[in-house]
Design a protein around this ligand. Structure first.
Ligand code: S3P
Length: 182
């Protein structure tokens, strides 16, 4: 196992529900910090040579989660970067433990109405296909928000533009690195 890096040198991993803007905000955050950006979902697709809907359909969710665990484990060994993770990644106990050890974790939080609007009606997300997005997201919020709350930093995104969320993350990261006064 690689030794833990000091917080200022760790990868910044974004967690949160589908539609909250992890990829958009992550890309902009990476630009602001002059770091590379990685999207765990895209890396899983590249590793499997299949799209996420195909992985779910052909191999099932458990296989997807195992692949997600391997890919995130590999990414967290790489030099510091900004990492957007799929909404379920932080729910897997092993993936969560790894992320807590090796990354600074940031939960991007939003109200239900905002998420429903953002995921839209047409979606390729397997957890939403053919279902009522509001009902699914509501149920996921109830189950996942208490676990997402274990992240190091929580940022309320809501309807604000991505740049506002990026500024809030930058401020929270800086505050964590400031030496305690007094
Ligand atoms: C999932 C979220 C998706 C993707 C997969 C499962 C989830 O990622 O990993 O469809 O369990 O919430 P996004 O959160 O990037 O949409």
């Amino acid at each position: 196992m690689t030794p833990e890096r000091p917080p200022g040198e760790r990868t910044i991993a974004l967690v949160g529900l589908m539609g909250v803007g992890k990829s958009t905000i992550g890309r902009r955050l990476a630009q602001a910090l002059d770091l590379p950006f990685r999207d765990a979902d895209q890396e899983i697709e590249a590793a499997a040579g299949r799209s996420i809907p195909e992985i779910f359909a052909e191999r099932g969710e458990a296989e997807f989660r195992a692949g997600e665990r391997r890919v995130i484990g590999r990414l967290l060994q790489e030099p510091r970067h900004v990492l957007a993770t799929g909404g379920g990644a932080f729910m897997d106990p092993q993936t969560r433990e790894l992320m807590k050890q090796r990354a600074v974790t940031v939960w991007l939080k939003a109200e239900l109405d905002v998420l429903v609007r953002r995921v839209g009606r047409k979606t390729t997300r397997p957890l939403l296909v053919g279902k009522d997005a509001r009902a699914v997201l509501q149920e996921l919020m109830e189950r996942r928000y208490p676990v997402y709350a274990e992240a190091d930093i929580t940022i309320m995104t809501d309807d604000r533009p991505a740049t506002a969320a990026v500024d809030a993350i930058l401020a929270a990261l800086a505050a964590r690195l400031e030496p305690a006064v007094g």
